[in-house]
Design a protein around this ligand. Sequence first.
Ligand SMILES: Cc1ncc(COP(=O)(O)O)c(C=O)c1O
Length: 400
Amino acid sequence: MTDLFSKFDPLIEQRETLLSTGLTDPFNLVMERVESPTVAICNGKRTILLGTYNYMGMTFDPDVIAAGKKALDEFGSGTTGSRVLNGTYGGHKAVEQALKDFYAMDHAMVFSTGYQANLGVISTIAGKEDYIVLDIDSHASIYDGCALGNAQIVPFRHNDIEALEKRLRRIPEGAGKLVVLEGVYSMMGDVAPLKEMVAVSKANDAMVLVDEAHSMGFIGEHGRGVSEAQGIIDDVDFIIGTFSKSVGTVGGFCVSNHPKFEILRLVCRPYVFTASLPPSVVATAATSIRKLMDSADKRAHLWENSKRLHAGLRQLGFTLGTDEPQSAIIAVIMPDLEKGAAMWEALLNEGLYVNLARPPATPAGMTLLRCSLCALHSEEQVGEILGMFAAAGRATGCIS
Ligand SMILES: Cc1ncc(COP(=O)(O)O)c(C=O)c1O
């Protein structure tokens, strides 16, 4: 019998070699208690959280928690069914209304995760004769959405407007075209030139889908994302988002003004053939989304945090993923996996949790320490974080 697991041997060996040095497993950290959006107890120690996607700090918002508890009491723990059969409750309609109000769009469809939203929308709208043109650094859920469908896949170089245009021009005339972009790319924290890319797409008769997972709530005057900040949200055909980041719970969605959008509820398999989100989750999401509409002060503070951390890390001598802070994500580039893992552990020992990111998640085979800031990190906490980076960086030889 061929062991179907033998294909994983190189990865198993790499992992065992790394852990044989006595290193704490960077991909298996347990948060024993979570005290707030910015602090948890890990290995019995107070740890500042700089590796969550809790950008707007909504997970402990008292109104959000009260809404979840009320829904749990009134509607029970789960729906036990698909949206199409027995899984649409009042709360699902309410969260879809909150999304329509948040984005000022005609239609909103909620999925059980953001992963499923990409999987469902991309695989359903781009069919056999169609083309999907996507940034090569797209999230796994976008690639998996392409793999689930039957369209031709045409990748282009990351954030390269000319490359996008060239690919679009080569597609046979009359074919259906979907351009898939992200507002913020989650590994490096860089923003897409959406204004130019959407213009090029429209000039070449393509529909555009933008995944705003890492910008919702934070970027743009109303927190609608990079499409809003760059003034082209009305030209975007589909926005994909998630509740697992700024919204502070779990779930995914697509919003659109397309007049035929609602038909997706009958033909989109990752929407039809799975259970809907629990009532408590949609209640927390709806409350959180409505509060995010009115969070300009928090957005401003998060920008301050991002600028302060970016400048401080650069001053310490770290190499960063972007020249300027472009989002709430700041990527610190490590020379290799071993150094990255050592630095990750040294930071944890200092009392700081960040993400160790490595291929295939990262572009160009890089190892990154990915920092994601929260609007509730205080100025003092950002100072503490920089102190920890200085100590860990010197201890591991990452900086001098
Ligand atoms: C760009 C992007 N899209 C989609 C997702 C999936 O979101 P979810 O966690 O809701 O499945 C993620 C998650 O990290 C993401 O980074």
